[in-house]
Design a protein around this ligand. Structure first.
Ligand code: AMP
Length: 284
């Protein structure tokens, strides 16, 4: 496994030999969710590249950029064991050189939900991912369903700008009690950690209602809000029952929905947790 800092080193290694490349973009502090993406990339490609970069442009001024957890030595040990071939750990100036002024802005898909709660977030995400795609030129790039709107935004960007690669979205990896793995879970105290599975319980309650035939967005949102309201440590940012492609909220008067993305952002202590369940078209 080669660990490099500059774009020119990535490009030099990328050029070696025949075979496909899979790319896993990350912000580091890796957990089993990230490693599942690496494992999938390992299965489907001859070479696996990983980036570790805490991208400043996707953090708002009041957000946790400075506090974001980091442990490069542990990340590299995990990636070596997972079979990564190339790890790019750039400095901020390598990704954003002096006079940088070019951004990628996905429009509708980036507006609601996380986009509304975190202005500029997806502009930062789309810009850095576009740059990663250009630097690595992977055949496939791997993202987690955990960040559902991010997956939609990246798929939109890749299609709209004709990036010659497949965007692969992998299932959310969870703790046994349902809490989605996240680097930010480290912010939780033991008491808050015990409360955190309420997100998944709320999502499951709405999923069960959907599977029992409930199609009214308002009622699905109410079911999630009610479960969350029973947990005193949970402060709800939003709950959503939205069209999986447009991310527009399901409303009672609309056409029969083609599936639903149930999602939420909830603050517990100083952690802002997001989670979702996607029910696609063909699902019951
Ligand atoms: P991050 O380091 O948080 O930017 O995440 C890097 C990638 O890992 C993103 O595509 C995330 O969606 C994905 N990811 C994060 N947590 C999980 C999880 N629990 N299960 C699956 N993928 C995840």
């Amino acid at each position: 496994m080669q660990v490099v800092e500059t774009i020119s080193e990535v490009r030099r290694i990328r050029r070696v030999g025949p075979g496909s490349w899979g790319l896993v973009p990350t912000m580091g502090f890796l957990h089993a969710g990230h490693l599942a993406l690496v494992a999938r990339a390992r299965q489907e490609n001859n070479h696996v590249g990983v980036s570790i970069f805490v991208n400043p442009t996707q953090f708002g001024p009041q957000e946790d950029l400075a506090a974001y957890p980091r442990d490069l030595a542990r990340d590299l040990a995990q990636l070596e064991a997972a079979g990564a071939d190339l790890v790019w750990v750039p400095a901020v100036e390598e990704v954003y050189p002096p006079h940088f002024q070019t951004y990628v802005s996905v429009e509708e898909a980036a507006r609601p939900l996380e986009g509304a709660a975190r202005p500029g977030h997806f502009r930062g995400v789309a810009t850095v991912v576009a740059k990663l795609f250009n630097v690595f030129q992977p055949d496939r790039a791997y993202f987690g369903q955990k960040d559902a709107q991010q997956a939609v935004v990246i798929q939109r960007m890749a299609a709209d700008l004709a990036f010659p690669l497949d965007v692969v979205v992998c299932p959310t990896v969870r703790e046994p009690d349902g809490l989605a793995l996240s680097s930010r879970n480290v912010y939780l105290t033991p008491e808050q950690r015990a409360a955190a599975p309420v997100l998944y319980r709320a999502l499951c309650a709405a999923r069960d209602a959907w599977q029992a035939g409930e199609r009214a967005g308002g009622r699905l949102r109410r079911i999630m809000a009610d479960v969350l309201a029973a947990e005193p440590l949970a402060r709800v940012d939003y709950v959503s029952a939205a069209d999986p492609l447009t991310l527009a909220e399901l409303e009672a008067e609309a056409e029969p929905p083609r599936g639903v993305l149930l999602s939420m952002a909830v603050r517990i202590g100083r952690a802002r947790l997001i989670d979702n369940i996607l029910i696609a078209d063909a699902d019951p």
